[in-house]
Design a protein. Structure first.
Length: 168
């Protein structure tokens, strides 16, 4: 497959993740991170952050979407799937993708595109986690539609209200 075809496909599915993020942003108690999981060119699951809504700190968009797929497929092995997320996965979500045997992770906004409140303070990188888990069969691609994705979040130079800075 040519690079331009891959990028075109990645952008198409990232736009669906962006739509999911906007849905989450409009849902009381939900959040502005969107995720879709794709297999053979079809969306098989989608979700957004639900941590505040569910009172569950693990209910990040990726985890919510992986859980939906597990319930649908009645299994935990998602080989052949690509997970698209509007924000670089945190360490918890990166490890969940490793355990789920996701084949590709594609994300939009990177740690450098958004305020630090969205990430842990140790600057753990999803790519490092995947590499350190010895998953050389797992691909990670960052920065797909990063500008559009970063519009969902506070910028690095912004001063978000302290009550919204849950990771600091």
């Amino acid at each position: 497959m040519s690079t331009s075809v891959s990028l075109e496909k990645d952008e198409r599915f990232m736009r669906l993740a962006i739509q999911e993020a906007w849905d989450g942003n409009r849902t009381p108690g939900a959040g502005e991170v969107g995720c879709v999981i794709v297999m053979d060119g079809e969306v098989v699951a989608s979700g957004h952050n639900e941590a505040e809504m569910r009172h569950d700190p693990t209910a990040h968009a990726e985890i919510v979407t992986l859980r939906k797929l597990g319930q649908t497929w009645k299994k935990t092995d998602f080989r052949g799937c690509t997970l698209y997320c509007t924000l670089q996965p945190c360490s918890m979500c990166a490890v969940a993708c490793v355990w789920a045997k996701i084949t590709r992770v594609v994300f939009g906004a990177t740690r450098d595109d958004v305020h630090s409140m969205y990430f842990d303070t140790k600057h753990i990188n999803a790519s490092d986690i995947i590499r350190d888990a010895f998953r050389d069969d797992m691909e990670i691609v960052g920065g797909v539609l990063a500008r559009e994705c970063s519009e969902l979040y506070y910028r690095p130079q912004d001063q978000p209200p302290p009550e919204e800075q849950v990771n600091i």
